[in-house]
Design a protein around this ligand. Sequence first.
Ligand code: IDC
Length: 369
Amino acid sequence: MAMAHAQRHPRPRHPWIALTAAAALTAGSMLVLAPQSSAGASVREGANQDVDVEKSPGAVRAPAGSPVAVNGQLELCATRLCNAQGKAVQLKGMSTHGTQWYEQCLTNGSLDALARDWQADVLRVSTYVQEDGYETDPAKFTRIAQRVIDQAVARGMYAIIDWHMLSPGDPNENTQLAKRFFTEMAKKYANQPNVFYEIANEPSGVEWSEIKSYAEEIIPVIRRYDPDGIVLVGTRAWSSLGVSEGSDESEVVDDPVDADNIMYTFHFYAADHDDAYLRTLSRAADEIPMFVTEFGTQKASGDGGNNFTMSQKYIDLMKQKNISWTNWNYSDDSRSGAVFKPGTCDGDKWTGTGVLKPAGVWIRERIKA
Ligand code: IDC
């Protein structure tokens, strides 16, 4: 699948993109040839072949020049996300909407647009647990998530496997389902360097200690099959690091999850979440690894007017501190935060700005930047 896809790519613009990731990993002197500033956004347009990417115990294929070919298996170095060469990277991309509602927005065409036109490094695939999601048909929603993740993998993007628990807000209410889901995911993706496991989208109404114990129950389930996959842990009060329930990052900093190679998530909606939230994220990122797996330029409803001024402050902070991010969401839902104009997902035109709402135009520019 990756091969077939890659053959449609244009000829390399730069001779050095033929450098394979495997060669890059072994030939230190050649590393200077590869762009090091971001997750490889500037090289992927030229991809025209697959290359080997190391992932213990073997190697997998990824399109040359793609984010995964350039950066390989990621890992944590202190509080930063680093690539296989030990260099800090910032991944930027989009989150899907709930796949129970907007699977039709996740096609070969739309994912080509995300990888090539938007030049995204990462796709977050949101499997809701409730609201007609996973709990109604685990096999079906596992199949959908794997189908979409496989398409991201074929394009050399990273993928976040998002267990989109939202209501009820206690992740422990879904522990058995979560174990089933993540066992199947970790088994399937154990040899892929592409995936992150996001084990709890947005806990709410529950103490950090409860989230932490949930994480310490789920992480070994994943690690049994995928020992070096990075796990993303939601934080208290809709992944606000506690701020939306009157707390702050100190509860996590003082009592971190007992596991390696994990990051914590922070979500914000810029028209609601102002400088107090921004400062919390900034402080936290100096102490613990942070990944913004969801944000919007509008209100927390995902709708209403965009606050691009506040959004830019977050974008600047995240760039400065190498905080990776995925924006909510890659669908044509009528709300302002869904990037496509309504009806787009019924057609086959995905590229450019004509199909986008204002938030989509704005976020595409920032992913491409
Ligand atoms: C919203 C969706 C909307 C859906 C609602 C409830 O846009 O269509 O009806 O969820 O499922 C979050 C959540 C995310 C929300 C989003 C916007 O993680 O599921 O999506 N949001 O409200 N946290 C803060 C905002």
